[in-house]
Design a protein around this ligand. Structure first.
Ligand code: DP6
Length: 403
């Protein structure tokens, strides 16, 4: 421990991105271990736009494990935090901190307490899967601090999975599959990378953050209700998803945007159909979500092939995928149908990368008013403020150390 008996502190900081599923996880076969009813596939979002950054510190002066999320202290007593931290402590190793020369033994970790400070670079209230980034980041950072080496591929993802199922996919970049696994102990329920983000360098992602939000049913309880009451969910998990996973893997390996787009929209729509099939029914999408579906479907139909694909998680926000070359045309359609609310700056309405705005040649609000009506769009109505803002991003890297 400390060489001269003085107080010391050792810490690590890391960043982990959010991810969005294109083949959805919905329903568990084991609530405690968080084992899913079906495999799922996601894309990791660029951490520069959507990520959690976490610093984990340890010191003999700390007398309890504590967590601060976005500057507010949060209790670590929930089962999910307890099991993640236990799994991590069980795997801690002897480490020597290069900066301070402090040596911490495997035995010491059993008693040393952790202070965990985590912040998102996007608003948590927007409902953008902050728990996936948060748990992935917590597990990755603590593993770095404790010198944990995986004893089998994907071991770390089995720990992140205990925090929140979708978190296991945020450890990797690009396209990621969460293998449902077969074992009762969950050791084969792991995240595996399918394609690096640079293999899909020309894919762009626009997130439409919907402004008026009702209190939503959490993913955890929503999927429990679906497992108990929706026959469609069980049919989907058994009969539909296994085939779709294979088709999606094939589309990804061939870089076939058209098949990717069809599968992505179909899977989002079926996931929301299972929500409607749940008793009582769960409505995550709202009128604005459905208008966005209409916009993409009309555009795809008028061009005769998929130009863009949409997906929605457990909330009304849309995530739209588009090849880079059509990114300006997508933004044109979104800004035409959903102009910014009165008095809002362009830079607060379109956040993240400015690449698509530049492609469209827009640099001020007045430019939006003079956008021509896309041929397939309905006449612009004057309703403003249905979208809070848009985030322009792309696929990105998985969890990584900041130092
Ligand atoms: C609709 O991972 O948030 O986003 O495992 O109970 O924490 P828990 O649920 P969570 O569920 C995510 C559901 C989804 C689809 C997906 O990400 O695959």
């Amino acid at each position: 421990m400390g060489t001269d008996g003085s107080a010391w502190i050792v810490s690590r900081t890391a960043r982990a991105p959010s991810n969005i599923a294109v083949i959805k996880y919905w329903g568990k076969r084991d609530e405690d271990l968080i084992l899913p009813l079906n495999s799922s596939i996601s894309v990791t979002l660029d951490p520069n736009d959507l990520s959690a950054t976490t610093t984990v510190s340890t010191s003999p002066d700390f007398d309890a494990d504590r967590l601060w999320l976005n500057d507010k202290e949060v209790s670590l007593s929930s089962h999910r935090y307890v099991s993640c931290l236990k799994e991590l402590r069980d795997r801690a190793t002897d480490v020597k901190d290069e900066k301070t020369g402090i040596v911490i033994t495997k035995e010491d970790w059993k008693h040393l307490k952790l202070h965990i400070v985590s912040k998102n670079n996007f608003p948590t209230a927007a409902g953008l899967a902050s728990s996936a980034a948060g748990f992935a980041c917590l597990v990755f950072t603590v593993a770095e601090l404790m010198g944990i080496k995986e004893s089998f591929p994907g071991e770390l993802s089995t720990i992140a999975r205990r925090g929140s199922g979708s978190a296991c996919r945020s450890l990797h970049g690009g396209f990621v599959k969460w293998e449902m696994g077969k074992r009762a102990d969950g050791k084969d329920s792991i995240a595996v990378p399918l394609a690096e983000h640079h293999e899909w360098d020309d894919l762009r992602i626009v997130i439409c953050v919907v402004s008026s939000r009702q209190k939503e049913v959490s993913s955890t309880s929503g999927m429990q209700e679906s497992v108990q009451t929706s026959p469609l969910l069980h049919y989907r998990a058994k009969e539909v998803v296994p085939k779709r996973i294979t088709e999606m893997e094939e589309a990804l390996s061939k870089r076939d945007f058209s098949s990717f787009a069809k599968l992505t929209c179909a899977d989002s729509n079926q996931f929301h159909a299972t929500c409607l099939d749940t008793s009582p029914p769960i409505f995550y999408m709202n009128d604005t979500s459905r208008r966005i579906i209409g916009l993409v479907e009309r555009w795809n139909k008028s061009e005769g092939s998929p130009q863009a694909a949409y997906t929605f998680d457990a909330g009304p926000n849309a995530v739209i995928f588009v090849p880079q070359k059509s990114g300006g045309a997508l933004l044109h359609r979104l800004l035409y149908e959903f102009p910014p609310p009165e008095g809002m700056n362009l830079s607060s309405y379109v956040v993240g990368s400015t690449e698509l705005l530049e492609a469209l040649g827009i640099d001020k609000l007045e430019d939006i008013r003079s956008l021509e009506r896309p041929i397939e769009s309905p006449k612009r109505d004057e309703g403003h403020g249905e979208l809070a803002y848009l985030i322009c991003t792309r696929p990105g890297n998985g969890a990584s150390l900041c130092e």
